[in-house]
Write a protein that binds this ligand. Structure first.
Ligand SMILES: [Zn+2]
Length: 115
């Protein structure tokens, strides 16, 4: 028996892809969406497992809103690399099983590690 909690946090940032030939080599922006999935197996007496409020607050502090991602990080800020980075940060605090970074409504990258 388990639950997967899903929490989403939007952020608007600019980036360009390094070592890449194509239109994304030029600076452009997205309203990204960070989607986080946490797995839990127990509920407390009120029927919840992990309170959404503190998770949302943590994610708000984690996302690089209104930043140039290439300046914020020392890796090429593709959706794939961002998903791995966020996964490893969130893992320090919450039982994360998957992170998806959406660049648009219909394109994103999911990252998970073997449990
Ligand atoms: Zn892009």
């Amino acid at each position: 028996m388990s639950w997967e909690l899903v929490i989403r946090q939007k952020f608007s940032s600019a980036h360009f892809l390094e070592n890449y030939k194509g239109k994304c080599e030029r600076m452009h922006g997205h309203t990204f969406e960070l989607e986080v999935r946490l797995r839990t197996t127990e509920l407390d007496k009120s029927g919840i497992s992990i309170d959404f409020g503190p998770v949302k607050e943590y994610l708000r502090g984690l996302v690089p809103d209104h930043r140039v991602l290439n300046e914020a990080y020392d890796f090429s800020p593709s959706a794939e690399n961002l998903a791995r980075y966020f996964y490893r940060r969130i893992r320090e605090k919450y039982p994360v099983v998957k992170v998806i970074v959406w660049e648009s409504e219909d394109a994103g990258a999911a990252y998970a590690e073997d449990q």
